[in-house]
Design a protein around this ligand. Structure first.
Ligand code: NAG
Ligand code: NAG
Ligand code: NAG
Ligand code: NAG
Ligand code: NAG
Length: 303
């Protein structure tokens, strides 16, 4: 066979088609180069994020807080329906994007606090420490009571993680600083300290705290309650703090109101001129524990 014959079809192509193929080739090469450059830049960007020891930003963080903001202001507490959720989410993001997640400050969150002011009625504030689930069941039933997570900002941020990076305007979805392993002043801890402080400062009337009698540190001076909230209560507005020390139904040997840890709490409050009362296994909370475990020995007499 004539070796030339295989080449023939090519040489029969018109000049126009050849030019067309040439242009196509160039376009394909250009497209490949663009894709490679974009991928390299993206990877490079991802790598500019620092690596931390805590969980990264919750996927879809911005959508979640926007949705929660609307749910809260339109459905849960319609008296707040005038709040601008778009602005609130923007202020939330601005508090930490393009910033070092280990140098977060209270004032980063100030614009967000300004947009989310909310009045909690006197005598309706419930703090908790190591007993969040029970405290939240309580306020879910006692609808007029509020834990921090029943306020707009607490509701929006509950259970989420978020952080940015000084070298990038993106969120870091890979990792965020861990409060103990990385840094104390991280975006999430500073947020909770800041909103807890405002929550305690604005409290009025008798306040309550649900404490966990089955936890080794029933009153923990390092907890948000022991470190931030009790020191920000205003004695002129808050005459009394009522503590409920709740032991689990299946509890190990545990703390009660007469434990020395509870006495530490009492002393701090007395020094701050706030009266202190304490009750073990407060019945309304015990009933909630029993709803989950109605056949338990200690529930027969309660019902
Ligand atoms: C927040 O509001 C207070 C008083 O309403 C105002 O003095 C302050 O400048 C505001 N701060 C920010 C950061 O918007
Ligand atoms: C109290 O702490 C124990 C031990 O950490 C835990 O298992 C239990 O769920 C906590 N109780 C409440 C009411 O949160
Ligand atoms: C935190 O993570 C870094 C690397 O990501 C690791 O080298 C370091 O040992 C970790 N620190 C702790 C306390 O886990
Ligand atoms: C965290 O921030 C507070 C208040 O801005 C500051 O007093 C403290 O020194 C900071 N702690 C660390 C470990 O940077
Ligand atoms: C409280 O926490 C800080 C920082 O996380 C730590 O250095 C300190 O030892 C803790 N104190 C107590 C009493 O646990």
């Amino acid at each position: 066979m004539d070796p030339e014959s295989e080449e023939k079809p090519c040489c029969n192509l018109s000049k126009k088609v050849k030019i067309g193929l040439g242009i196509l080739c160039v376009l394909v090469v250009v497209a490949i180069v663009v894709v490679v450059v974009v991928v390299v830049l993206k990877l490079g960007q991802a790598h500019t994020h620092k690596e931390w020891n805590g969980t990264g930003t919750t996927p879809h963080f911005s959508d979640i807080i926007l949705g929660r903001c609307y749910t809260y202001t339109q459905i849960e507490q319609p008296e707040l329906s005038q709040k601008d959720c778009q602005e609130i989410v923007k202020a939330f993001q601005n508090a930490f994007l393009s910033k070092d997640p280990c140098s977060s400050r209270e004032k980063d969150y100030q614009p967000l606090l300004n947009l989310t002011s909310q009045t909690i009625p006197c005598g309706k504030v419930v703090f908790w420490s190591k007993a969040g689930e029970l405290a939240h069941q309580y306020t879910r039933v006692q609808r007029e009571m509020f834990t921090l997570e029943d306020t707009l900002l607490g509701y929006m941020a509950d259970g989420l993680s978020w952080c940015g990076d000084a070298g990038s305007s993106d969120m870091n979805y890979q990792s965020c600083p861990h409060p103990r392993k990385d840094c104390r002043n991280n975006t999430v801890s500073v947020f909770w300290d800041t909103v807890s402080k405002r929550f305690a400062k604005s409290a009025c009337g008798t306040v309550q705290v649900v404490l966990n009698g089955s936890y080794s540190n029933t009153f923990d001076k390092n907890s948000t309650f022991g470190r931030v909230e009790i020191y920000n209560l205003r004695p002129e507005k808050v005459p009394t703090l009522q503590a409920w020390v709740m032991r689990d139904l299946e509890g190990l040997p545990s703390h009660t109101c007469s434990s020395s840890l509870i006495n530490d709490l009492k002393l701090i409050l007395e020094e701050r001129k706030i009266a202190f009362t304490c009750q073990d296994d407060y019945r309304p909370l015990r009933l909630l524990q029993c709803v989950r475990n109605p056949e338990h020995q200690s529930c027969r007499s309660v019902m």
